[in-house]
Structures are given as C-alpha cells and as structure tokens.
Ligand binder design. Structure first.
Ligand SMILES: Nc1ncnc2c1ncn2[C@@H]1O[C@H](COP(=O)(O)OP(=O)(O)OP(=O)(O)O)[C@@H](O)[C@H]1O
Length: 354
C-alpha cells in the first residue's frame, strides 16, 4: 500500500500528496554519490489543533554545507529543527537524517511512526537550542566537560575550548560571560559528541554586532571542520553571509530556496541606482530623460535592469555633469534577501523578524 500524506493546512488544504514506495526508499533519496543529502524532508507537517505550524514542507541538505532556514518570528523554524532533532513529533511526513529514516504516516485515522531510530540520529547530531543557557555557577571548562561526559566517546574539552577561541575564559563562570561568549560555549557543547550535523537555532539573536560577527566566524569554522550546519535565523544578513543555500519560510511553508545570490537575482527585483539630494532642477531632468526614475523624498531612484544597467548609470552621470548639478551621493544599492522576502510576501522580514 502506498502511504498517503494528508496535510491539514487549513488556509490551503492539500488532500493528496502521494509518495511512492520508491521515493521512500532511502537509497533513492540519499545515495547520490556526488551530492550526499544528509537531511531529507518530504511533506513535513506539524499541526497544533487546527493551526499548521509547518505545512507540507520538503527540502534537502547536502553534506558539508551551511543551510539556513530564514523567516520571521512564528514562521515554523524552531518547530522544524526540533522535529529534525527528534524533540518534537510531526503530524505527518518523511524525514531522513544521515541515512536514518523516520516515516510519520497515516494508518486509518492515526499517524504511525515507522522505522524510527531516534537514538541513532541523536548520536550523530549536535544542537544549540534557541535561548541556550548552561550552568551559571560552573566554569566554561566544567560546563563543556559536564555535557561531554554524557557521551561514552567524546571530543577533548580543551580541544573544543581552543577551537571556539575560549582559552582565556576556560576558568570563568558561565554567568560572567558576555552573550557572544555564552553562545560560543553553546556551540562547543553542541560539538562534544563530534556530530556530523550541527543544528543552530537562532544562534545570534540578541547579540551586539561584534558578538554576532564572532559567532559567525565560529559557524564558518564548523564548515571548515567538515560539519554540515543547519541554521535558523530571522537575520537576512546572517543567512546571506553564512549560508551556501537558504530556504525562506513564511507561515509554515517554504516560499523560496536556493543560494543567496540566486534568490536575490531571481526575486530581489534588481539593483537600484540612488541619486541623493541633487536638487529640483536635476530631478526634473532625470525624470524627463530616464523614464524609469522614481522620486523618493529628495532623491531619485532608478531600478536597474538585470544586465547591470551601465547605460542608465552613464546617462544619469552625464545629466548631472552636463547640467552642472551637484548631488550628495550617487550609488548602486544591491537588492538583498530582505527585498526577496518583501517581493514574495508583500511584508518586511525585519518588521516581524525582530
Ligand atoms: N506547542 C505549541 N502549541 C501551539 N502553537 C505552537 C506551539 N509551538 C509553537 N507554536 C506556534 O507555531 C508557530 C511556529 O512557531 P516556531 O517557534 O516554530 O516559529 P519560529 O519560526 O521558530 O519563530 P520564533 O523565532 O518566534 O521561535 C508559532 O505561531 C507558534 O506560536
């Protein structure tokens, strides 16, 4: 019998996503020699009563990449990672992590868990939960050592302290560390069992810009160590800087997926030429001669075409020069993942993401 996934997404009900037996064979999903998918999700759904926190989600993560799930608060990021971490049980769907398959399939009216090896998965993953905290009255060393000793085989505690740049904080109480250092201790703890995949749930929320940068570098070094990183974030600059691939989620569904550059190229709406404070005469000339011009306050903005728009830029410069106009500055504003989100949803990511 073929498993039938019934997704109760109440805003747009999909009754029949059907996976074939072949699809559910881990071999066919995972073992592509060049592109080993360490995480595979198919038709994942998590309902709380009539509300779908995760709705029919499918994605795959390749070995060794940094994969970011980007979305505003309440988009379903934590729910998804907690399902992958085997903390939460989904309503329906198929998950494969490092070759361990879990199928949440309906049997009559009941969703049954089949083929689950939760311990097998937990041994191979590391987790930095959202709002991570450790023992306030233990030192950095003692905290990491405590978690390391939960595992029979574990990494060297001092090795992890070195790797996360915490050597001079080794004997400092956790409660006396800055927010950024606390997150680095959290990453060290996530690594104690030498996991193949590290899940980082909003690892820089609430940190100041310098601390965020430091945590970013720590995350980059995980990739250099060969780890696969699954990151959730509502910071588009974080996803842009760190991720090889990003999936953008909104209201429990994936709305776009790809490398940051590809997403920006496809959905970012192109770059914008900004001519700041050039005066009313110049504004009139620019609007007259460059039909794509928009007046925004005291500035003129021109959406540039995908080819880079060199002709438009040259024309604008020539108008400014030939008319002896002066402007405060003239620059090209690159579109960002924020624009991608805005164009796809009509809403600003930052407004709901903060
Ligand atoms: N146990 C629960 N019962 C009911 N609703 C829940 C429960 N847990 C989460 N939700 C809801 O599911 C939605 C998704 O929550 P989730 O925590 O996964 O979002 P998120 O993208 O991680 O955002 P945040 O950064 O705010 O945690 C939210 O609307 C949340 O209120």
């Amino acid at each position: 019998m073929q498993p039938v996934f019934i997704c109760l997404c109440y805003d747009r009900i999909r009754m029949a996503d059907i996976m074939s037996e072949n699809d559910l064979n881990a071999g066919s999903l995972l073992l592509n020699k060049d592109n080993f998918n360490v995480i595979e999700i198919r038709y994942l759904t998590k309902n709380y009563g009539k509300f779908s926190a995760v709705c029919n989600m499918s994605l795959s993560v390749k070995q060794g990449e940094i994969f970011a799930m980007l979305g505003p608060n309440g988009a379903g990021k934590t729910t998804t990672v907690e399902i992958l971490e085997c903390i939460k049980t989904p309503t329906a769907g198929f998950i494969s992590i490092l070759g361990e398959n879990i199928l949440y399939a309906p049997a009559g009216n009941i969703f049954m868990v089949q083929d689950a090896n939760f311990n097998g998965i937990k041994e191979k993953i590391g987790v930095l939960p959202q709002d991570f905290s450790a023992f306030d009255l233990l030192t950095v060393y003692e905290n990491i050592d405590y978690f390391a000793n939960i595992y029979r085989k574990h990494e060297s505690v001092d090795g992890l302290i070195d790797f996360l740049g915490l050597k001079d904080k080794r004997n400092v109480l956790f409660k006396n560390l800055s927010g950024g250092l606390k997150r680095r201790v959290g990453i060290a703890i996530a690594l104690v069992n030498n996991p193949e995949i590290v899940f980082l749930d909003e690892p820089t929320t609430g940190l100041d810009p310098k601390a965020r940068r430091d945590v970013w570098e720590a995350i980059k070094s995980l990739k250099a160590r060969g780890k696969t990183v699954f990151l959730t974030t509502h910071y588009m600059d974080e996803a842009y800087y760190l991720a090889d691939r990003v999936c953008i989620v909104n209201k429990g569904s994936i709305i776009a997926e790809g490398s940051p550059e590809d997403l920006i190229n496809e959905y970012g709406g192109g770059n914008t030429l900004v001519i700041r404070e050039c005066g009313s005469d110049a504004i009139c000339r620019l609007v007259e001669e460059i039909p794509e011009s928009n007046v925004v306050g005291r500035d003129v903005q021109v959406k540039l075409p995908k080819d880079g728009g060199m002709a438009i830029i040259a024309k604008a410069v020539s108008i400014i020069n030939s008319g002896n106009f002066s402007c405060k500055e003239l620059y090209v504003k690159k579109s960002t993942l924020e624009d991608v989100f805005l164009n796809l949803t009509g809403e600003k990511l930052t407004e709901r993401g903060q």
